[in-house]
Design a protein around this ligand. Sequence first.
Ligand code: FAD
Length: 341
Amino acid sequence: MAAPKVAVVGAGVVGLSTAMCIVETYPSCSVTILSDQFSPNTTSDVAAGMLIPHTYPGTPIHVQKQWFKDTFAYLFAISNSAEASEAGIHLVSGWQVFKNTPKEELPFWSDVVLGFRPMSEAELQKFPQHRFGQAFTTLKCDCPPYLLWLEKRLKATGVQMYTRKVADLWDLHSEYNVVVNCAGIGAHQLVGDEKLFPVRGQVLEVHAPWVKNFIRDGDGLTYIYPGIHRVTLGGTREEGSWSLSPDPGTTKDIFNRCCSLESSLRGAEDVQVKVGLRPSRQCVRLQRELLSQGGVKLPVVHNYGHGSGGFSMHRGTAKEAARLVGECIAALEGSSSRAKL
Ligand code: FAD
């Protein structure tokens, strides 16, 4: 069989990292990315990019932990390299604070991040409304630079990228041997997945270079995440809302909530507002499917539905998707050699 042709649909963090893992694992494949939008116009560009996992209720914890470990190890290596500033990857230390002690004092990812420990009484004095807290160091991606860095590396390995809206995965059957679906919330329409729903998120980006530590309220709704140049203030989680328009009332509310955690933010300048739709599901859809029409077959690998945790999990799920692509190629090679006999 000639070099297998693989199309990856989607150019958010999931599509780009999946294409990267396919190229690294199967260098003989010819990989093409097809997407109706590229950075800076994807949901991935809106994300805060913090590596703090959210739990997917439909996926075993040991699987989620492995995805997070793979992602953390990959980005940690970048943060320790000369590429760190271009890729927008850096370590950040801070606190997750709770008004009441959480049921689960040790989250599943506590031994993957660095230096996880309960906060001391002295640290908690900074947060008079909170009774309990966890201190740790994790990684943050500055999302647009990271996406551009991935695109640049993919182009350097010969990956082609085209702007194209795919109406039906089957439309690709005559051009490609395997199709990988990384369409994020777009998969709702593309494959009619009714289990996939948007969770709208609005965030602010501000100039506040004195803020060096992250602060996250344990309910996950209010957070302050310092990046290399800007600080992200969040946020909202509006299940089922498809609106991409910023809401001025929400902007004020986010700003006030963040100031109640970190008063110095009252001096922040140059507030910009971003909105994105988290592609949410009970579990990430990471599986093979064989499409078939009139005796013609098209193997598909789905990798979408990362919800609030696409950055935290992307490299782990990309590795698994690449492994599934390998299974599809092996099956195609098996059937082409049987056809020759
Ligand atoms: P996307 O980035 O949406 O990419 C999908 C791609 O598919 C796009 O390029 C799109 O154009 C393309 N596409 C869709 N349909 C089609 C089609 N029919 N044909 C061709 N192309 C198509 N996660 C974290 O881990 N940490 C965080 O701190 C964090 N903060 C967040 C804050 C906010 C406000 C939001 C909204 C999200 C946040 N997330 C965070 C979640 C994260 O952004 C997502 O999980 C992640 O971006 C999903 O990536 P994706 O590549 O699947 O989707």
